[in-house]
Design a protein around this ligand. Structure first.
Ligand code: CS2
Ligand code: MG
Length: 405
């Protein structure tokens, strides 16, 4: 089944998304998410200039060979930009194979390992009280797991909080230059344990709680934070330290039994190998697009399962609904699936461009059994929302030191 055309769409229904559409000679098409927050156009160029020309005319069924061809054939392997581009093509090819087989993709992987996908929601706020109110709402809605993030007092802009904006799209879609935020490790370390203490006092231990440090600590600081949080029995603490230094997770592991999650910035199985085989982490957060596609992600899941490490895919606002649906299939299949990050059902603009159906019941996500991923992209609607350059924030210590990972 020859690949006849490949289109790359960039639109901004609230925030920027890059969507790849691979079209075969009989008109069957597949979708992939190539969004890389703050570097979208670099991925577009990689796709249009370097990938599309060498895929036209190839057999869309040869997913594994095309992946190896794009990854090894590039010579310059790895890296966030190239893997987001390769990942989107791979996703589109799996969507096509599912449609041609008239099966949902999870069936091609070996079928369902569970009835629905357990998710964790985002409870954040400017104060502990606001975070706990939001947590209470999630518990009432039946969520089984919730991430808590709170603005650190006397600090301008803390990761994971809304900074007064109504939603993530308003927050992330309007940063013409990287906002500069001030970070204080001491203030953070003195504050976060209190957040979880009050959460457990108010809601008990039935609800699973997690937190994203966003790689802002050194290994020994992260070890101390994890120990301080031990009494509150977190599901996991995420990105306690940067993954650039895998040994950092060894240090934390030697100090605490708080479960550790990382990997949203892993681009290949090799980025995860050392931490998994040394049992330094408990959850892998790699998303299908950023990990280079479903082809490598299912290998990563199998490798992780050998070490009793579970999958907890990244599900931030800068991963498009195409990725949300790909994760539904991956998570329904993966025997070692743990929990999926879920930020909600999008906005009217987003749902005008991306058409899909998922349903949340008692903290689990469900979907219909449609061939492929079960999502469509409305090109006419996307034209209404042109790309708008926007950046991620950077963090500096109070003395001005750049402290961003
Ligand atoms: C975060 C992301 O959701 C998460 O776990 O780490 O929000 C992350 O900051 C963004 O995806 C970066 O683009
Ligand atoms: Mg994260």
């Amino acid at each position: 089944m020859k690949i006849k055309d490949i289109k790359v769409f960039v639109c901004c229904p609230g925030r920027n998304f890059v969507t790849v559409k691979v079209i075969t000679e009989d008109g069957t098409y597949g979708l992939g998410d190539a969004t890389l927050n703050g570097r979208e156009m670099a991925v577009v160029a990689y796709l249009e200039e370097h990938i599309v020309p060498c895929l036209l005319g190839r057999d869309a069924h040869q997913i594994e060979d095309i992946w190896q061809y794009l990854y090894k054939g590039a010579y310059w392997q790895n890296g966030a930009v190239s893997m987001a581009a390769i990942g989107a093509i791979d996703m589109a090819l799996w969507d096509i194979k599912g449609k041609l087989a008239n099966m949902p993709v999870y069936q091609l992987l070996g079928g369902k390992s569970r009835k629905g996908v357990t998710v964790y929601g985002h409870a954040n706020g400017e104060t502990i009280e606001e975070v706990l109110n939001n947590l209470g709402t999630f518990i009432k809605e039946g969520y089984k797991a919730v991430r808590l993030q709170c603005t650190i007092p006397n600090t301008k802009g803390t990761y994971g909080t809304m900074e007064g904006k109504k939603n993530y799209y308003e927050l992330q879609g309007n940063r013409p230059l990287p906002p500069e935020q001030v970070w204080s490790t001491d203030r953070y370390m003195n504050f976060i344990p209190e957040l979880f203490k009050q959460a457990r006092e108010k809601f008990g231990y039935e609800i699973a709680l997690c937190h994203d440090v966003h790689s802002r600590l050194t290994p020994i600081e992260a070890s101390r934070l994890c120990k301080l949080l031990e009494p509150y029995k977190l599901l996991f603490i995420e990105d306690a330290v940067t993954t650039e230094n895998a040994e950092g997770y060894k240090v934390i592991r030697e100090h605490t039994d708080t479960p550790l999650a990382t990997g949203e910035k892993f681009n290949t199985l090799w980025d995860a190998k050392e931490m998994i085989q040394n049992q330094w982490i408990d959850y892998v957060r790699t998303a299908v697009p950023h990990g280079g596609g479903l082809t490598p992600l299912k290998k990563l899941a199998d490798f992780a399962s050998l070490h009793h490490v579970r999958m907890a895919p990244h599900g931030a606002p800068d991963l498009s609904p195409v990725c949300v649906m790909a994760h539904m299939h991956f998570n329904l299949w993966a025997p070692n699936f743990g929990v999926q990050e879920f930020i909600g059902f999008g906005t009217p603009e987003l749902n005008e461009v991306f058409q899909y159906k998922i349903e949340l019941k008692e903290g689990l996500l469900y979907m219909d059994d449609k061939p492929g991923w079960g999502i469509d992209f409305v090109e006419e609607a996307a034209k209404k929302y042109p790309y708008k350059r926007s950046y991620l924030p950077v963090n500096r210590l109070e003395d001005g030191t750049l402290w961003n990972w």
